[in-house]
Design a protein around this ligand. Structure first.
Ligand code: C6P
Length: 404
């Protein structure tokens, strides 16, 4: 059970006002707020043991290195990967995907096929288009139906011996749809293709067991999981990561450098050139501890109650249409009211303290599918309340009255 009073007290920002009104933060799919323990962890690092890692024999460097590597182990345990060196620290989901896309270049040939879905974030479209441009590979797209669900029969039709890679998000950021990733992975493996799952939107709600999923690559961003910005993870199976060449050259990722030849470090360091966001990684470990203490089953159950309540209340607004009505959804609701532009709604309800995202949500193909310029997106987290949903609905009624 989520003790909502206690949980809200953990997030200092929730006490602030916006335009003189209590903050109602409903843009959690863009980034989550941070509990005090995470903020304290950042301050503690810079106050007490700020030093570079893996480089010094001195005490501070060793303290920082230990804390950083402990955080990697926490991440490994959370996502249940076989080895801690299969967790590569990056700057975020976008960085992780670009790493894989760049490193795969030499393994693709003209005519090879890459499958993505019609509900991907631009981060899981553009790097693959760039990979196709470099290699002559062909991008194929699994279509969606009106509810915003993948049409799996079409996926079956796209798969063939030419399929080398499949990239799908676990949860759509614009629709909230939870995709059947185990099925998608198993089907791809029958054709020998590798699968990357974009966990940016699912990881705050669903704790995945990456070994049970048998996924080849998995990516996520700390900032959506109550952690700091500028930290992400790439999980890859050991054999695949060993096969891929490094992404960036620099310090940390080498064994030996001469002007004639450089040899690369073992995993995970081969992919971790330069100084990482040390404080951020340590604080991400603290964020995972915090979320696991709350329990992901508790988080998902409470957020689902918020989703059901908000869906019912929003649909009472005349002219409101929800985009993304899949059976399996996380707590994301994208909608429009009549033909009012989403930016206008977002601007007015911000005056009432309510923070939602408006626009195409970096998923333009979804907007094209529904033939709309964008949506208003309210995304709920475990620290939101039913009362906040009532405030959203009241604010939308006011905005509608003003704009229609
Ligand atoms: N979506 C949203 O408001 P980064 O920015 O690298 O941390 O994450 C990119 C990303 C990749 N995949 C999915 C499914 C995502 O939702 C996101 C980020 C935010 O929906 C910001 S655009």
């Amino acid at each position: 059970m989520i003790d909502i009073k206690k949980v809200r007290a953990d997030f200092p920002i929730l006490k602030r006002k916006i335009n003189g009104k209590p903050l109602v933060y409903l843009d959690n799919a863009a980034t989550s707020q941070k509990p005090q323990v995470v903020i304290d962890s950042l301050v503690d690092y810079y106050t007490n043991y700020n030093a570079n890692i893996h480089r010094g024999v001195h005490t501070l460097s060793q303290l920082a290195t230990d804390a950083f590597e402990q955080a990697r182990i926490k991440i490994q345990k959370h996502f249940n990967t076989k080895h801690n060196y299969e967790i590569i620290i990056t700057s975020g989901t976008t960085d992780s995907i670009n790493l894989v896309a760049t490193s795969f270049t030499q393994f693709l040939q003209k005519g090879d096929e890459i499958i993505i879905s019609a509900m991907e974030h631009h981060s899981n479209i553009v790097p693959w288009q760039m990979l196709c441009q470099r290699t002559g590979a062909i991008l194929k797209v699994i279509p969606i139906n009106e509810n915003g669900e993948l049409i799996l029969e079409e996926y079956d039709n796209l798969l063939s011996n030419k399929t080398k890679l499949v990239f799908v998000n676990h949860v759509s950021n614009a629709l909230g749809t939870i995709n059947p990733i185990k099925k998608i992975i198993d089907k791809a493996h029958k054709f020998g293709a590798s699968v990357l799952i974009d966990g940016a939107q699912s990881s705050p709600h669903i704790k995945p067991d990456l070994q049970a999923l048998d996924v080849d690559f998995y990516v996520a961003s700390a900032h959506k999981l109550c952690g700091p910005t500028g930290v992400g993870i790439l999980y890859g199976k050991e054999a695949l990561l060993n096969k891929l060449p490094p992404y960036q050259g620099g310090g940390e990722m080498i064994k030996q450098v001469t002007f004639e030849k450089t040899t690369y470090a073992d995993l995970p360091y081969k992919f971790e050139a330069g100084t990482p966001n040390i404080a951020g990684v340590i604080a991400f470990g603290v964020a995972l501890d915090y979320l696991n203490e709350l329990g992901f089953d508790n988080i998902a159950a409470y957020e689902n109650e918020l989703l059901v309540y908000a869906t019912k209340k929003l649909l009472q607004i005349e002219g409101l249409k929800i985009y993304g009505t899949a059976k399996n959804k996380t707590s994301v609701i994208s909608f429009n009211i009549a033909n009012i532009h989403p930016y206008d709604i977002g601007t007015i309800i911000d005056k009432l303290g309510i923070e939602v995202r408006t626009g195409h949500h970096c998923a333009q193909p979804i907007m094209d599918f529904y033939k709309i310029p964008g949506t208003v997106r309210a995304s709920f987290s475990f620290y939101n309340t039913f009362k906040e949903i009532d405030l959203l609905v009241d604010a939308l009624q006011k905005a509608k009255a003003m704009l229609s």
